[in-house]
Design a protein around this ligand. Structure first.
Ligand code: SF4
Length: 243
C-alpha cells in the first residue's frame, strides 16, 4: 500500500499540529486578551482565530474535490478581500471557542483523508480566476503546505501580541506545589530603567528613603517582613510591623 513520503509526512504534521499549537498559544488566556492587537487598526487575536477558521471552511471542500474529482474547477467569486469579509462576518466580536472547535475538526478530517489516501497527494482542483485571469492547478499537497504555513504565520503574530501586551497564561487548572527552602533573589528595588514592567515600591525603603532593603538575597538574607509570593509575581509584605 502506498504511503506518504517523509517530506509529505513533515508537511502534513506541520498542518495537523496547527490546531493544537493554536490552542496552546491561547491556553488559559483571559477573554479580555482576545481583543488585543499588535498595533492599533491591526487584527486582534479574535479576528485572527476567525480568519484561520475560515481557512478550514474554504479549503476542506476544495481538498475533498481534489481527492474525489481531480481537476474540477473551483471559483472564489465575489470575495471582497479579507477586511471586508471579516467585517461582514463579525470577526471582531464573535466568541472564538466555536471557531477553535471548527479548526480542530477540519484539521482532523483533512489529516485523516491524506493519511487514508496518500497516493492522492497530487490530486488537484483547477482554481478559476473569476476576473478571467489564468487558471491555476492547486494540488492537495499544495493546500496542506500553505495551510500549515498560514498557521505558523498567525500563531507567531498571536504570540507577538501576547508578548507586546504582557499577557500571562492564567493556568487556572494547574496543580501548584508548595516547596520550601527556595534560594532566590527577590526585590522591589530595581531601578525602573533596568526592567520592562511596572514594579511596586518597598514600603520600608520608602519610609527610610533608601534602596537597601531586599525581600530575599540569594545565600544571604530574607527580610523580616517577607511573607511569600502569590502567582505570578505578587509579593506579600508585612511592613509596617503591627503595633
Ligand atoms: S518584604 Fe516588604 S519590607 Fe521587606 S524588602 Fe520586601 S517589600 Fe520591603
Amino acid at each position: 500500500m502506498a504511503a506518504l513520503t517523509q517530506s509529505q509526512e513533515q508537511t502534513l504534521a506541520r498542518f495537523a499540529s496547527g490546531s493544537d499549537r493554536l490552542r496552546a498559544a491561547l491556553r488559559d488566556v483571559p477573554d479580555s486578551a482576545f481583543d488585543l492587537s499588535l498595533e492599533p487598526g491591526e487584527w486582534s487575536i479574535r479576528q485572527i482565530v476567525h480568519h484561520l477558521s475560515d481557512d478550514g471552511v474554504t479549503w476542506c471542500m476544495a481538498l475533498r474535490k481534489a481527492l474525489a474529482t481531480p481537476g474540477v474547477p473551483i471559483r472564489f467569486e465575489g470575495f471582497p478581500g479579507n477586511e471586508a469579509w471579516a467585517n461582514a462576518l463579525g470577526y471582531d466580536r464573535l466568541p472564538i471557542q466555536p471557531a477553535l472547535a471548527l479548526i480542530a475538526a477540519h484539521g482532523e478530517v483533512i489529516a485523516q483523508l491524506m493519511r487514508h489516501f496518500p497516493d492522492k497527494w497530487d490530486g488537484y482542483v483547477t482554481a478559476i480566476d473569476p476576473a478571467g485571469g489564468a487558471e491555476q492547478k492547486v494540488t492537495a499537497g499544495d493546500m496542506i503546505g500553505f495551510l500549515g504555513e498560514h498557521f505558523d504565520e498567525h500563531i507567531k503574530v498571536i504570540e507577538a501580541i501576547m508578548q507586546r501586551h504582557k499577557v500571562q497564561h492564567l493556568q487556572v487548572n494547574e496543580q501548584i506545589r508548595k516547596l520550601g527552602g527556595a534560594n532566590v533573589d527577590i526585590d522591589l528595588a530595581t531601578p525602573p530603567e533596568q526592567i520592562a514592567w511596572l514594579q511596586a515600591k518597598c514600603p520600608w525603603n520608602e519610609a527610610e528613603r533608601t534602596d537597601q532593603h531586599r525581600c530575599a538575597v540569594k545565600n544571604v538574607s530574607i527580610c523580616q517582613y517577607f511573607r511569600g509570593v502569590e502567582p505570578l509575581d505578587t509579593l506579600l509584605c508585612g511592613y509596617p510591623p503591627s503595633l
